[in-house]
Ligand binder design. Structure first.
Ligand code: ASP
Length: 365
């Protein structure tokens, strides 16, 4: 363990305990009506902001603090819904929208770029109570792709819409539209440019409306190398006071992907799944492996067969996923009873959880 890594870890631990102390619910605080009537399977929520390797090796204290604050904001947006007796489905959507708005994460604003320099965003959500689901892939203009997935679920007879048809549906639904420059993030572009150069492919022109880079290309590409092995997808799983489960995932996908490539995040059963009979799952990692393993559904199948959520998650992430060479990533999992759990086979995974009556728990590593 090197010195820098120890310093980061220490700072993160300190930050986590400060935040936990700030957010802790004193024992004497009177319960709200919702909390007072909560069944044994009380409300709970977990979120993730991606997993990976290099970013965690090189993360400085300021970056760790920024991630910590973002996760805290997203967790609190989701738990606020559950505290007022709202639905798990609304909680996961609220949490994911906060992460989509944050350029630190590879979803919504801050999304990765396809090889043609465009953002093609994927998102899904699923209602564990009804098995209703909605998803979108390769959308380019919707500020909150997860809200578009919700609109597909609520306002069509379909589960999934893709590309220009999904963009047109988004407009027709009155969802907020934004130009490519809104989603653009310089760090993410430099990471993308480095990946394109490393794979011998041309770096396309910057998106329309985006100014030239402030730093010389050589410096930026060097900086980008430290971020080349990470997955910044975001997701959430929640259980409401009625005991219903939900899951949501949103991503810009893999940097430098061929236009038209779709990952696991919007595929029900691969990167996203929820059923009240087993569990809710949101994943992050190399999507192609999650798709081939139908990983999210497999975690829930193992729970149905009697494994604990932790056992099921660990089996898929530490045995099945790496058994396919290159299978890397992590999941957050929540069952009808018990606390949210997580598992990852990478150096780090941004994640956080909160359960009714307990302080939030936030992990930047
Ligand atoms: N799973 C996502 C995908 O393959 C990437 C990620 O998790 O960051 O599109």
């Amino acid at each position: 363990m090197n010195h820098r890594y120890c310093a980061t870890l220490l700072a993160v631990l300190l930050l986590s305990s400060v935040h936990a102390a700030r957010c802790a619910v004193p024992a004497a605080t009177p319960a709200t009506t919702a909390e007072a009537t909560a069944p044994a399977n009380r409300w709970a929520i977990a979120i993730h902001g991606g997993a990976g390797e290099s970013e965690w090796e090189h993360m400085d204290l300021a970056t760790a603090a920024a991630y910590h604050d973002s996760l805290a904001r997203a967790l609190s947006a989701g738990s606020a819904v559950l505290k007022r007796n709202g639905k798990a489905l609304d909680a996961v959507e609220a949490a994911v929208e906060v992460l989509e708005d944050d350029p630190l994460f590879n979803a919504g604003r801050g999304s990765a770029f396809a090889a043609d320099g465009k953002n093609e965003m994927d998102a899904a959500l699923m209602d564990g109570a009804t098995l209703a689901a909605g998803s979108v892939a390769d959308v380019q203009f919707t500020r909150h792709p997860v809200a578009l997935a919700r609109a597909v679920m609520d306002h069509t007879a379909y589960v999934m819409m893709v590309g220009p048809g999904a963009d047109a549906f988004s407009l027709a639904q009155g969802l907020e539209q934004q130009p490519p420059s809104f989603f653009f993030n310089e760090m993410r572009w430099q990471e993308f440019a480095a990946i394109m150069r490393a794979s011998g492919r041309p770096v396309p022109a910057r998106p329309p409306g985006v100014p030239p880079p402030a730093t010389p290309a050589g410096t930026a590409s060097h900086a980008a190398n430290i971020f080349m092995h990470r997955f910044g997808t975001v997701g959430a799983v929640a259980r409401d006071n009625e005991g219903h489960l939900a899951a949501a995932t949103s991503t810009g996908g893999m940097q430098g992907k061929l236009p038209g490539r779709v990952g696991d995040s919007p595929l029900i059963g691969a990167g996203t799944y929820a059923s009240n009979h087993s569990c809710a799952v949101s994943g992050t990692g190399v999507g192609e492996y999650f798709i081939r393993l139908t990983l999210a559904r497999q975690v829930c199948s193992l729970v149905e067969q009697g494994q604990t959520p932790q056992q099921a998650a660990d089996h898929m992430i530490h045995s099945e996923l790496p058994a396919l060479k290159g299978g890397e990533g992590g999941v957050i999992v929540l069952a009808p009873t018990g606390d949210p759990v997580w598992s990852s086979n990478t150096l780090g995974m941004f994640r956080a959880r909160e359960v009714a009556g307990s302080a939030p728990e936030i992990h930047v590593k």
